[in-house]
Design a binder for this molecule. Structure first.
Ligand SMILES: NC(=O)c1ccc[n+]([C@@H]2O[C@H](COP(=O)([O-])OP(=O)(O)OC[C@H]3O[C@@H](n4cnc5c(N)ncnc54)[C@H](O)[C@@H]3O)[C@@H](O)[C@H]2O)c1
Length: 247
């Protein structure tokens, strides 16, 4: 029998992170739910354990380095190592253009979407053996910018550049780093805003493939692939999961 992998997913209490952690658990991996929302993490933990999974919850704000240091220590205690890290926690701030947004909004957006993945990688990489993988969750908005979300686009663009740098700098440890960029994937949160005129405008170019927008399980399948041995020779790559919207 093969050894159970340990898969850490940030932002796993909702949306895409929930779909990703559920997919790993269904494949028999041990999973760590890392999210700042303690109550929702607890709900996800209960449902995963009810389905027979090996799962733990580590409520953490990924932008807080002291909390991330505690996370790394707790993961080491519980599992001893990390085989897969998915830096998925993030949020699409809508503070507007560079002239409209506040400095505070800029700092917060960079902190969660760019500094968070840096901090979690910094403290978890020492737990990752050769053959491990990191998947960072970006956005197609970092490839083709979305207006009025300047800080978010900048943070995720930075995350793509950081991922490529990490792919090279962690290669000698045998750790691969790739990016999965969602286009519009209909999570519970996205579903609430589908009639928003700005989103409607984006949706006009989001349907080259089919009328239905992306589903969280379809995105999770790509993350699972990038994290697995089937992607052993894929490193520093950006995969857009958008039905062809960027074509
Ligand atoms: N859903 C989409 O269509 C879409 C499109 C482009 C990019 N994304 C990216 O995908 C990722 C997941 O998005 P989603 O749609 O599932 O969002 P979501 O809001 O549904 O879920 C995000 C989860 O991350 C957690 N989180 C947020 N900030 C955190 C922090 N500082 N520390 C720990 N946990 C934190 C939240 O509590 C929540 O559980 C994000 O990085 C987002 O930018 C999503």
């Amino acid at each position: 029998m093969s050894v159970q992998r340990v898969c850490v997913v940030t932002g796993a209490a909702a949306g895409l992170g929930h779909a990703i952690v559920t997919r790993f658990a269904a494949a028999g991996d041990a999973v760590a739910i890392v999210d700042r929302d303690k109550d929702r993490s607890e709900e996800v933990l209960t449902s995963l354990r009810d389905s027979g999974a090996t799962a733990e919850s580590f409520p953490t704000n990924v932008a807080d380095e002291d909390a991330v240091i505690l996370l790394a220590a707790a993961l080491k205690d519980r599992f001893g190592r990390v085989d897969v890290l998915v830096n998925n926690a993030g949020y699409a701030s809508r503070e507007g253009s560079v002239v409209d947004m506040t400095r505070k909004a800029w700092d917060m957006t960079i902190a969660v979407n760019l500094t968070g993945p840096f901090l979690v990688s910094r403290h978890l990489v020492p737990l990752m053996p050769p053959g491990s993988a990191i998947v960072n969750v970006g956005t197609t908005g970092a490839v083709r910018a979305v207006p009025e979300t300047d800080a978010y686009v900048a943070a995720k663009g930075g995350l793509i550049a950081l991922s490529k740098a990490m792919a090279l700098s962690l290669a000698d440890r045998g750790i691969r780093v790739n990016v999965a960029n969602p286009g519009v994937v209909v999570t519970d949160e996205v579903a609430k805003h589908l009639d928003n005129p700005r989103l409607q405008k984006m949706l006009e170019r989001s349907r080259p493939l089919r009328a239905e927008l992306g589903r969280p399980d379809e995105f999770a399948a790509v993350v699972e692939f990038l994290a697995g041995d089937g992607a052993a020779y894929i490193n520093g790559t950006v995969v857009n999961v958008d039905g062809g919207a960027l074509c």
